[in-house]
Design a protein around this ligand. Sequence first.
Ligand code: ADP
Ligand code: MG
Length: 344
Amino acid sequence: MTLLELKGITKKYSQADQYAVNDVSFEVEKGEILSLVGESGSGKTTLLRLIAGLEHPDAGYISLKGHKVVEGKKSVPANKRNVGMVFQDYALFPHLTLLENVMFGLKGKIPDPDKVAKETLSLVGLSENFKKYPHQLSGGQQQRVALARAIAPSPAILLMDEPFSNLDSVLKDQVREEIRQIIKKTGVTAIFVTHDTRDALSTADRIAILHKGYLQQIDTPRNLYEYPVNGYVANFFGKRNEILAVSTDDGFYSSFGFLPDERSKLFSDQVRLSFRPENATVGKDETQPMSGKLVKSTYFGDHQLLKIMDEEGRYINIRSNAGHIYEKESVVFFTIDKFNVEDA
Ligand code: ADP
Ligand code: MG
């Protein structure tokens, strides 16, 4: 079931000369976790604020649970949209205990706010800290209080802006997993903004990528990574190699050698082959069809990255296991296991 629908959402701030969000349309299913990714300034926060009702779009509509919450001049105010928000800095009330923080939005709205607040704090794993104040908690715990406060009123949708950005990287891996499990346990539909592709790839069911206010692609993490619709999306999710080649009857001929492939029949002339460093395999001998000169190997503990150059000085990066020591300037043979082809 579609829970949230955005259609042609467009927003320009009055002082700005560029659109912050431009003709963005997508749908979110009930129970889904969607991540909004993009560089700084790409429009992520604006989009989240438009959904929350904290900004008004210049064009387009948003519907939540089948009802239009904004269209034209009409707009359901933020506090009536049944939206839960977690802000980047958590925005907890410092002078209130955890329990009071979570109860804040419940009082006068439901019969038993105390009970619901306690249950929600237990759900996020903070059942023993009801009486503590925010400053007595770690960053990860504060984050969970903010989450409890947002989900306690049973919102239709949970919106989180950069929820992991204040956590150090060791803590982050753990918190990401915890947050995902809590969200899935409650069944709440969630959208979280991040500029970190690792957050998005590991935590989201689907990812929407924004660039200069435009939606580039919305898809599962695997599809975005493996089948990016354009170069921008491909490069956003990590290193990517590009080789120019000529299409022949049974493969592609490039400056690194010949690569047999059925798809060559579909292309008539110059093509661009693109692949990620982990999609090529380095071999010991000449049974591998492609080769180049090793310029540099960079050791990362669990793998090494080999920089390999053709005769014209163009290079590619291939990921290889860390065990083998390669001699610099030696010839390295390899195959490309998986790659995309497009007209050059
Ligand atoms: P992100 O969250 O992806 O970093 P934002 O949505 O904050 O991006 O910003 C998108 C664009 O809108 C940027 O160019 C930013 O400078 C501009 N912008 C954001 N908020 C305002 C505002 N209140 N007034 C004017 N311009 C703004
Ligand atoms: Mg932002």
